[in-house]
Design a protein around this ligand. Structure first.
Ligand code: SF4
Length: 249
């Protein structure tokens, strides 16, 4: 995929050196990337011609690496915030560790950009973390949609990234016992789309309050609904757009 402006509020551009994925947890049930890949395949897009397992993936959504995409960030002259793999999961078992290293090397060699990598495969992330060199312009995050996957936070804590962040989106339940020790940023939001699962006010307040207690910046992305903007993004009468400031390892 060539560089592409994105509507995601907390990032400026997406970069997909791999595409495709398989569903791994309830947060994946309405995966927008899976739906979009099917459409892109039908439109003939080169990167989306490899089909995935119909039980967990779909047309155009088979895991595929794109070495040619590694050149893209070098061509972006102005500093950008880059969301890595909006259409995949870099730590999917089918992405060779050598290719993950290549992606990290591109990140290290383009320090003018800030990169956000988000995964649900936290076990593999933790397992390979010490086999990777961690550039300071790489922010590493895990998705935490419910208390059932809180172990992902523990896995992330073991990773020597400059910024460790959580994406609690789509938030599907309370995260009452979350431990935010050594976590630098939390994003939360509700699901959007025709089959959205509503987020309860108490869940959103709960993670916001946990962030405030722990002194962790909190970004409230959206309530969700039939469209991303349907119900706005105010929580208790204000916006929450906090970002990581001083970086602590
Ligand atoms: S991990 Fe992400 S990209 Fe993969 S299926 Fe789940 S939501 Fe989609």
């Amino acid at each position: 995929m060539t560089k592409q402006r994105t509507a995601i509020e907390w990032t400026e551009v997406t970069w997909n050196p791999t595409t495709g994925c398989d569903r791994v947890s309830p947060g994946c049930d309405n995966c927008y990337a899976l739906t979009l890949a099917k459409r892109l395949k039908a439109m003939g897009a080169d990167k989306y011609q490899n089909d995935g397992d119909p039980r967990t993936s779909g047309p155009g959504f088979g895991v595929t690496i794109h070495p040619e995409a590694l050149q893209e960030p070098y061509r972006w002259r102005n500093p950008r915030t880059v969301f890595v793999n909006s259409m995949s999961d870099l730590f999917h078992a089918k992405v060779p560790l050598g290719f993950v290293r290549d992606v990290f090397q591109v990140i290290a060699e383009t320090p003018r950009h800030t990169y956000q990598v988000l995964t649900k495969r936290s076990a593999r992330l933790k397992k390979v973390a010490d086999k990777l060199d961690w550039p300071t312009n790489l922010w590493m995050g895990v998705s935490v949609e419910s208390a059932d996957v809180l172990s992902r936070v523990d896995d992330l804590r073991a990773v020597p990234a400059a910024v460790r962040f959580l994406s609690c989106e789509p938030l599907l339940g309370a995260l009452d016992d979350i431990n935010l020790d050594r976590i630098n940023w939390v994003i939360a939001g509700g699901e959007s789309g025709p089959r959205y699962r509503p987020m309860e006010l108490a869940w959103a307040r709960g993670i916001r309050d946990a962030c405030q207690d722990a002194g962790v910046p909190f970004f409230f992305k959206q309530w969700g609904g039939r469209t991303p903007k349907a119900l706005g993004r105010e929580l208790d009468g204000r916006l929450w757009d906090e970002m990581p400031g001083a970086l602590a390892l």
